[in-house]
Ligand binder design. Sequence first.
Ligand code: FNR
Length: 343
Amino acid sequence: MSDRKQRKLEHIQHALTSGQDRTNGFEDITFIHQSLPNQSLANIQLDTKIGELILSSPIFINAMTGGGGKKTLEINEALAKVAKETNIAMAIGSQMAAIKDKSAIASYEIVRKVNPKGIIFANIGSEATLDEAKLAIEMIEADALQIHINVVQELIMPEGDRDFTGVLARIEEVAKNVNIPIIVKEVGFGMNREVAKQLKEVGINIVDIGGRGGTDFAKIENLRRERMLESFNEWGIPTASSIAEVKTSSANMTIMATGGIQSALEVAKAISLGASAAGVAGYFLKILIENDGDYLVEEIKEMKKQLSIIMTALGTSTIKQLQQSPILISGKTHHWLTERNIN
Ligand code: FNR
C-alpha cells in the first residue's frame, strides 16, 4: 500500500475514534424566541445559492477520504448514493492521488457514475497547478472546485509540505482560468477576515471557512507522530467566530461553514451568522461506517426536517431570511468578536 493510501486510512480511523473536539462556538449562539412567528411549515424553502449554483438544501457532505484505493472507492460510492437519495451536494476527497496515479481515478469517477445529475464539488490542495485543477474537474464533471488550504496539518505531518509560498498566486491562476465556481476551503483551523479579503482580491467569491471545533487534524496528525507537536493543540478560529469574521470581510462573499456541525440547530446557527451552506464531514462518516448508508440517509432527512421546523419557529421561510434572524452571542465567541471589532 502506498504511503498516501496508508495515511488516508489512518485519518479515517483517527477521525472516527478521537478526532472531534466540539467547541465550535455554536454553544455561544442563542436564537431569540418568537412567540408569534406567523409562519407555516408548509412554506419553508431550504434552497440556497452558492455562486451561480442552486443547492436544494444548505446541508452538504464535505470532502473526505482521498488516497485512492478500494476503501476510497467504497466510501465515495456510499456517500454518492446518500447524496443522490437525499438530493444534497457532496464534495469529494482530495483528488491529488488520482492526478498523480491514474490507476486511482476509478475510485473518484464513481461519484459521477452513481449520481449523474447531482451537485458534486471536486477537491485539490493549494499546491495543485492549473492543469491539475482542470484534470480534477474533468474527472468527475464537477459543478464547483474546492481548493483546500491546510498549513497546520502539513506542518504537523512528518512528510508534509514546509513551503507555503506562492499559494495565493496559484489560487488566482486557477480562479481566472476555470469556468466553474471555486471554493477556497480551510480544514479545521478557521479563516480570518483578512485572508477572506485577500482571496476576494484575487477573484474568489466563495469560501468554506472550515472552523475549529470539529474534526481536529492537529490531533489526528499528532497521533501519527513519534514526538507530538503540541503547539497546535489549541490552535485555530472556532467555526462560529470564523463565519462572523468572514461575514465582515466583504458584503458579497458567499460563506460555506464547516467545523463540528452535527445537528439542524448548528446548521441554523451557522446560517444566522451569515453562512449560505453548512458542510458536515466527520459526523456523517462516523454514521456511515458505524451503521450504513440507509441510516445516514435517514439522519440527513431528519436534519432537513428539523431545520424546517426551526425555521418555522423563527418565522423565517427562506435561507436568506434565516440569515437575518436575530441572535444573542455570549461567552468566548462574544469575546472574540469584541476583540476583533466585529458586530
Ligand atoms: C477530511 N477533510 C478533507 N478536506 C479536504 O478538503 N480534502 C480532503 O481530502 C479531506 N479529507 C478528509 C478525510 C477525513 C477522514 C475527514 C474526517 C475529513 C476535511 C473535511 O472536509 C472538513 O473540512 C473537516 O473534517 C471539518 O469538518 P467536520 O469533520 O468537523 O464536519
